[in-house]
Ligand binder design. Structure first.
Ligand code: ZN
Length: 150
């Protein structure tokens, strides 16, 4: 495994729309492993492809330590409720803000074995899922901040 460099705000790669992962290869698996290591080393709870310079629809989320969710070509298929909570981003160090997100989301994605699965998350997990999927469309949390946090 290798730690990857995290792209910071100002780099236009963070504003691009990612293309789907068409085929899961050993390189995809290596990328997932490296993304998990990078996310943990940076003390984050999620990391998306563009943040490590990869314009593909791939992300990892780890809200509960040890429970990594690997998302290949993720899609939000259902959402409900609303929450307003504090959010930050590994690509925007030192900035925090309150965002409005769904309280519950269900995401359909593919795992590293090529199997389709669904995950439903609430609260922090719902936020993390939305945040990472936004990255795949070139969106950052600062786009939906309703209140800055000092
Ligand atoms: Zn982020």
């Amino acid at each position: 495994m290798a730690k990857l460099k995290i792209v910071k705000m100002g780099d236009e790669i963070l504003r691009k729309v990612c293309r789907p992962v068409e085929k899961i290869t050993p390189r995809t698996v290596t990328l997932l492993n490296d993304m998990i290591e990078t996310m943990r080393a940076a003390d984050g709870c999620g990391l998306a492809g563009p943040q490590v310079g990869i314009l593909r629809r791939i992300a990892v989320v780890e809200v509960e330590p040890g429970e990594v969710i690997e998302l290949i070509n993720p899609k939000i298929v259902a959402f409900a409720g609303e929450q307003e909570e504090q959010e930050g981003c590994l690509s925007i160090p030192g900035r925090w803000g309150i965002t409005r997100r769904p309280k519950h989301v269900t995401v359909r994605a593919t795992n590293r074995y090529g199997e389709e699965f669904e995950v439903t998350g609430s609260d922090l997990l719902a936020r993390a899922l939305c945040h990472e999927i936004d990255h795949l469309d070139g969106k950052l949390f600062i786009d939906c901040v309703i209140k800055e946090v000092e």
